[in-house]
Design a protein around this ligand. Sequence first.
Ligand code: NAP
Length: 461
Amino acid sequence: MNKNSSNTMALAPNTSNKRETVCIFGTGDFGRALGYKLIQSGYPVVYGSRSTQTSSLIPKDAEVLSHAEAAQKAAIIVIAIQRQHYNFLTSLAEILRGKILVDISNNVKINQYPESNAEYLAQLLPGAKVVKGFNTVSAWALQSGTLDASRQVFVCGDDMEAKQMVMDIVRALGLTPLDQGSLLAAQEIENYPLQLFPMWKFPILLSLGLTTFFFFYCLVRDVIYTYVYENKDFSFFIAISIPNQICPILALMLLALVYLPGLFAAIIQLYRGTKYSRFPDWLDKWMLCRKQLGLVALAFASLHVLYTLVIPIRSFVRWRISSQTVSQALKNKTEPLDNTNAWLSDSYLALGILGFFLFVLLGITSLPSVSNNVNWREFRFVQSKLGYLTLILCTAHTLVYGGNRFLSPSSYRWYLPSAYILSLIVPCIVLVVKFVLVIPCLDKPLTRIRQGWERKPKYSG
Ligand code: NAP
């Protein structure tokens, strides 16, 4: 074996148009899928396998050799084998010296091992240049070409040149490499595929909790109370009336919760007199999932619109209108139009329509395809100024909905106020605090702090 020739090959830049051979250890699902994709992109592929017998599943233009033979044919070797089988690689240490080993492995649990699989591979083969990559791409997506949702390939490694060569392959396959730094980042990259919607967890759990709470709250007030005191069975409210109370409540509360962490951050910065110190962890996490909170709020607002549209065709509503008409006919007296009520109801509908329109606009601008086309100032303008305007309109919509019934003692049932009153607490707090913060004597120092004018904190130790 000519050790030197294979080692020089490892770092020789590719000057010709001909692609360099890529070796893949392992003819399993991922090894085969990657092999197909590499061959399609013009790379000669050689497999290193325990069995050199080729099968119909293996790409027909690829060679299947023993691990040692295959490794000598390429500078880059993709290790498409589970971590628990890495031990046998130590017997190939000499052949693998100087080669670029691409660790694509995943685990079944987050932080399953003390060190990442890539770092473990680097410890087993200190002479090789280990690069982490491809682990967030599934074999199925690679082979079927349905990579729209996962075109990004996170890459990390200690050797810049080796990392660059792997990123070139990633690009040649039509994917987008994202350099995550040194091999220390491998643990985090290995955890990505095991995470289940991390940014959505808090908004979804919160909305589930609030939905459950408000469902039982409305059930007690609107169904059980009426049954106990008026002996009326309004259990059918569960289908439309109660959901149509819960949806706007959640939309409004979650929208307010999008803006609340920004206010906490402003208060903390004002108190500390600097922006150069970290926010508490809970606040950081909350700030990071504001977009998801806003989108869940928009989903509830859209449901509210749909539920509202069916109100005129509900049999309960048609029955109530016809019985009012009949009762007027029997009394032979037409109720005069209540102008105040007409104003209230039209204003509340108008505020709702405008609020929902801006809500949708906010949702649209948070889509990556739209937000990528506006600059940072425009994005902030839409998300902050239009966002607050949406919150003001939606809060006003709820306040006017209450109208003259708002806080009237007769609307209490078992001392419980109407659910929409509870939904106003957080938005009103947010709007009042925001109003206080835009007063010049607070806004000016806050702007200075945010522009980095104020002192940096002294770090001890
Ligand atoms: P797989 O279908 O089970 O294939 C694993 C391959 O490893 C086998 O085909 C075998 O190849 C080789 N192997 C098994 N036991 C071995 C041993 N004791 N010694 C040496 N080689 C052994 O698994 P896979 O789905 O392709 O996954 C391979 C790696 O890719 C894993 O680390 C996985 O985490 C990672 N990955 C997979 C996917 C995916 O969608 N499947 C996505 C991202 C990352 P030979 O028979 O040819 O020797």
